[in-house]
Design a protein. Structure first.
Lengths: 484, 484
């Protein structure tokens, strides 16, 4: 299969999908901090691993598509790996609401077409996967680019070894040949038939095509998505002070359905090019897939954290500080976080997503929000809360500052327990060292900054009759948050 | 069976067993706050229910035997029911270490003999039981007193309906007749045989005998226990300012074995008098017995707290604030507390005790200590702790005061979030209202008192390089704690 010279010099733009709800990994993964930010199999997050993998392909740019609430978390993740990125040109596309992969890929195609031309090739990379063997990966992407030169969508498949019902299946063909069919999430019987036939691959979620081909496919199979996405892009805007961060228009975006690329496009499209993914690939979809990565003791129990077992076998326990005791139980997944606990059968791992769904309907915060919240200046963790008092631990990064703000209803006591802070309290500006404290009465403007080179940690005790997060007037903010 | 006039006018002294580890109800019940203090089936604790039940018998006195760490908790419990106690004469016997029921009953027998004469009748009442039908209970105790008039130990039995291996079994006889045999905790096969035969009762743990008869039985079957207990009593002392509180000598007590009355005495004694307990009786021994008291939803799930279920049936969930999600699991007991979590099979409820045992060996605090600790002045709860900082919520009762104290290594910041405190900080004494705060540097003497009529709640942020509870110098204490 030959490619013209022009085709060979098409820009390559990996599009990293870093949004989603990751509900099947609840309660560790939540909408406010989904799977891509988890540190699995190594010290780097799944997102960092994916960005570095993409950067190694020497692309013309990298686009990261994520939920707008995750924007500052993406900044942090990228900052950590900046020395390794070697000047790769990064763009961030912010989705105002989670809408699954079809709208994300469609928006990325339009964005890439506008920025790099319609001939630019999008390499769609989910970030909830573990991939080894970078050289094989790069070679496989090169073959996919060959296939895409024929103006087709190349889809990467890996041999289907078990009848998973959560994957898409593509007919196994020689590299670059037409994929005979694409079936997303078959039922158990069909999946068993696929595996038995030996002629099907799992779709890895990785695909490659030019912006033009993708746009044409959306126009044919999902014109509504194309129209709404285009409108969200036209009416969207760049983030103040961050030329490479683009926020889709909230209202236009809200009209989009929540649907995956596989359902909206790949299952309907004809002439997909099947490309064999021969590198080591693992989807991080459920707790079962995660537990496959952990070492077990002689009774088959896998533990991250503190646990004690009595007559318990083959359990996966992950605990964030608290002690977990398991007695007379088998094949359970036990995941404990500061505000929510999961106890599930390993067979039911795929049903975990239904919990977050139920909680979202009930508007339970634990469904989507973590106890520790990331902000551009660092993090805060709610340690304790009742009607009269709320206690937070603030961790402020070196060089960072919270907004200059005031609260109408609550007073705040700050005690510095690590580092040295620069504080504005009313008209005074002063330093607060470890062990020192200050009190900010209601109505008084204030700010914490960290002029030092290590984190500042402050215990904040709020008192007052109303302690909601919305009692805040931002007077000045270096992260552009005074308007919202 | 006749009783002499002297026998009929023997003093009656209920002895309430309120110690123990309650390890099979871990993590809710722990050595520092065992089962008797749990609020089950009503607003009153098991201890309060038992004390009121005993008081209704119009006894000459009531003795409560408990661990010395629980002393101030017993005070609190009794204070709450003081209006209902109607002047019942209460004594508290403090055990320096948990040693099960044989040493406790032996100590109580010697104590009662000394205070009320050898002819006084001890009514031994475990406090980890639910009993209904007070009139039937009183009538049954009257029959037991008749039986004890023949200088025997009366043991109360209730029909054995299932082959429980955790109970003692006594041959079922007419009231007051010799119990043919007493078998403590038989194996499963023997228990099944007992139940099938229809001739056995469960021992309720309630028994009645004169101090003299008990002492003689100990002399015959457990002379070591009698000797060590006598020595602990002779060398023990009354608590300063509390004439009715007697603390056994620590060193003598330490020599005692940890053994139940049933094993040490009842199984060996001849001529026990079997008395039928015809009142509603339920042992609160394991999570299974507790779950029998809770209402279930249509899927058989029982919940105290916040929970969400997906394909989950017949589970018992108890949670203290955190959200619990159960997916695809059956017949589990899930008990969540601020610092420890239990996930167990309902079939393995009796094995829960082995967790606390393991933790005690490993010296894990969660094995025996709760996150909220009771003190004579109120409670403190550790909200958060790391190497640089420890945050506590102090709740000080009206009229109470902490000791005048100082710390060598840590500083403390206090913020009042409820009530108004009187504070000594160095040479100054002042009031702190809600929203106000003060800082106590290391080495500075300080005290919090609550002069008001409602609780004072203070958030204490400790900073320093050493934050252990033993960094305390008590200068003055109204609860007699300056020496230890």
């Amino acid at each position: 299969m030959g490619a013209t010279l022009a085709q060979r010099f098409r820009p390559l733009v990996p599009v990293i999908l870093a949004g989603g709800r990751g509900e099947r990994l609840w309660p560790v993964s939540r909408e406010s901090r989904p799977k891509p930010f988890l540190r699995i199999a190594g010290e780097r997050s799944l997102l960092q691993q994916t960005v570095l993998r993409a950067a190694a392909l020497m692309p013309d740019a990298i686009v990261i598509a994520t939920h707008e609430e995750c924007c500052f978390q993406v900044f942090e993740e990228l900052e950590e790996i900046a020395p390794q990125l070697d000047g790769a040109f990064l763009h961030i596309l912010l989705e105002p609401e989670t809408r699954d992969t079809a709208p994300a890929v469609c928006a990325a195609a339009l964005y890439v077409a506008r920025s790099f031309g319609k001939q630019a090739e999008l390499l769609v990379l989910p970030s909830d996967q573990l991939i080894d063997e970078q050289a094989k990966f790069a070679a496989c992407i090169a073959r996919a680019r060959e296939a895409a030169a024929a103006e087709r969508i190349a889809v990467l498949g890996t041999p289907a070894s078990t009848p998973q019902t959560g994957f898409g299946y593509i007919a196994r063909e020689s590299d670059g040949r037409d994929a005979g069919s694409f079936v997303e999430k078959p039922d158990r019987r069909l999946a068993e038939h696929f595996v038995a036939s030996g002629r099907y691959d799992w779709h890895t979620g990785i695909c490659l095509a030019t912006a033009e081909v993708l746009e044409a496919a959306f126009a044919q199979h999902a014109p509504d998505i194309l129209a709404a996405t285009r409108s969200a892009l036209i009416r969207g805007r760049r983030l103040a002070g961050h030329a490479q961060v683009f926020r889709m228009d909230r209202e236009a975006w809200a009209a989009l359905p929540e649907i995956s690329l596989d359902y909206a496009l790949l299952e309907k499209a004809t002439g997909l090019a099947a490309v064999r993914a021969d590198f080591a690939w693992q989807d991080i979809g459920t707790w079962t897939s995660l537990s496959a990565l952990a070492a077990a003791d002689s009774a088959g129990n896998q533990v991250e954290g503190k646990a004690v077992f009595v007559n318990a076998r083959n359990n996966y326990v992950q605990s964030d500080g608290r002690l977990v005791a398991a007695v007379g139980v088998q094949n359970l997944v036990i995941v404990d976080t500061p505000d929510a606990l999961l106890v599930g059968s390993q067979d039911a791992a795929a049903d975990v997503g239904r919990i977050a769904e139920q909680l979202r309907r009930r508007r339970e915060e634990a469904g989507f929000q973590h106890r520790t919240v990331h902000r551009p200046w660092g993090t805060f963790t709610v340690l304790c809360e009742d009607e009269h008092c709320k206690i937070k631990r603030l961790r402020v990064k070196p060089g960072a500052a919270l907004s200059l703000q005031l609260h109408r209803h609550r007073g705040e006591h700050w005690v510095v327990v690590e580092g040295e802070a620069e504080v504005i309290n009313g008209d005074a500006t002063f330093r607060l060292k470890r062990h020192q404290s200050t009190y900010i009465p209601p109505g008084c403007r204030h700010r914490i900054a960290n002029p030092g080179t290590r984190d500042v940690v402050i215990i904040e005790t709020q008192t007052g009759d109303y302690l909601g997060e919305d009692d805040i007037v931002r007077l000045e903010d270096r992260y552009g948050r005074t308007q919202h």
